[in-house]
Design a protein. Structure first.
Length: 418
């Protein structure tokens, strides 16, 4: 029966755990299948442009990694990661003013595993957690397995609104939430960056209400302009920090890391043992050799110049084609622009029409907790992957889909039906 491609009655449905029943598949993952059609331009995936990596050099360092490290890369390793990989991470963190010891860090299978481990370590069913709203849908997916009550706090161009955060913390009381999860720099999906005063206020509030802060930072090195804001972790060494090589090297290596206060890290490491015994040593040795043997920072600067050109093209196209009723963010780095349409618009419904028109995007409701009813009039569009001419065409196609719907609503309003 398997493999027929038919929708099959699930005779095992009553056996699944409650946590699986409440989980949703990621709309973006599901979209990847559609986006592979050659006539569709994808504004949906947050995939880095790895086509510009020096592939021969990568092949060379991978060969070195295997030949020079011998069988170490093929053997089980330490649950917390190889010390040599941690040295690389220590160097990357020092660039941003964070000094760590090797014991402060655990290497993970991407930052995504870090999110899952944090959920598994902190969340009991019904526990409150706080995230930006909208937030990274992969984080919502990871946390949802542990059945939290997710409270969202809105952001503006200066990042998470700390007055709203304060109100939320007050409502929940001291230690009323298990953690505050934030992507302060080039937020996914918002593209916005938290200002320094907001960063300081967030940390003050976290201390006042005794709630740990998780800083997820995959995009921090992808800055196109302006001066970097300090990492939350550089302002406060109690912050739990998630890093990854996915956007500075390659997501296929599935190498990320988590830095946390020692008691927390000890618990996370114990949880990790049950999850995977240890991450891939082979991937770690390749990462080590890539960062040690290639001018990776120069490569990244080059790739960032392309991201910047694409960001510019997208913002120009939005100005040119999008209706006056739409507004959007102006990211100084990262991968994403967040678009807000009039309240009555329904972007999940709009998606199939957009697919017919040859363009995909991420409907914003998926970036809010399931069942919250939030974000239906919003969407995330990514500028990281397609070439500029295609980006412009994609924004034009999308604008036609939006315009058609707006026309309909304008006619309804005129007729007094709304
Ligand atoms: C905010 C955020 N956190 C975590 C991840 C997962 O990263 P990784 O590839 O390291 O698992 C992503 C991936 O897009 C992301 O956008």
């Amino acid at each position: 029966m398997a493999g027929l491609g038919l929708i099959q009655f699930d005779e095992w449905a009553d056996l699944y755990a409650d946590r699986v029943r409440v989980m949703r598949t990621s709309a973006v993952r599901d979209l990847f299948a559609a986006a592979s059609r050659s006539d569709i331009i994808s504004l949906s995936g947050g995939m880095p442009d790895i086509n510009r990596l020096p592939l021969e050099k990568v092949a060379e360092v991978a060969a070195h990694a295997i030949l020079e490290e011998g069988v170490a890369g093929l053997q089980y390793g330490d649950t917390t990661g190889r010390p040599q990989t941690k040295q690389i991470i220590r160097g990357l963190m020092a660039d941003f003013g964070v000094e760590i010891d090797l014991e402060d860090v655990t290497v993970t299978t991407g930052a995504q595993q870090g999110l899952d481990l944090l959920g598994k370590t902190f969340i009991n069913p019904g526990d409150a957690i706080i995230t930006e709203g909208p937030t990274y849908l992969g984080a919502l997916q990871a946390f949802s397995a542990y059945q939290p009550k997710v409270h969202t706090v809105a952001f503006d161009e200066e990042g998470m609104c700390t007055d709203l955060l304060e109100a939320k913390l007050k409502e929940l009381g001291p230690r009323g939430a298990k953690f505050i999860y934030t992507i302060p720099t080039f937020q996914n999906p918002g593209g916005v960056t938290m200002s320094l005063p907001r960063r300081k206020r967030l940390l003050e509030l976290a201390h006042e209400y005794e709630v740990p802060v998780i800083e997820d930072d995959p995009y921090g090195r992808l800055r196109f302009e302006g001066t970097p804001e300090p990492l939350l972790r550089s302002l406060d060494n109690e912050v739990i920090y998630l890093g990854t090589v996915s956007k500075v090297f390659a997501p296929g290596l599935r190498t990320g890391w988590i830095i946390a206060p020692l008691p927390i890290l000890k618990k996370l490491n114990m949880v990790k043992q049950g999850t995977d015994l240890c991450g891939s040593a082979l991937n770690q040795v390749i990462v080590e050799h890539y960062f040690n043997e290639t001018p990776w920072a120069e490569t990244l600067t080059l790739i960032c110049a392309h991201y910047r050109a694409r960001r510019d093209t997208m913002l120009e196209a939005l100005e040119e084609f999008f209706p006056p009723e739409a507004s959007w963010t102006h990211p100084a780095g990262g991968f994403f622009v967040w678009v807000t349409l009039p309240e009555y618009m329904d972007t999940p419904q709009m998606l199939s029409v957009a697919l017919d028109a040859g363009v995909t995007f991420v409907p914003g409701d998926g970036c809010f907790p399931a069942g919250s009813g939030l974000g239906k009039n919003t969407l995330r569009i990514a500028f990281c992957y397609e070439e500029p001419e295609l980006l412009r065409e994609a924004v034009r196609r999308l604008s036609l889909v939006i315009e058609e719907r707006l026309e309909l609503y304008r006619a309804f309003i005129k007729a007094g039906a709304l």
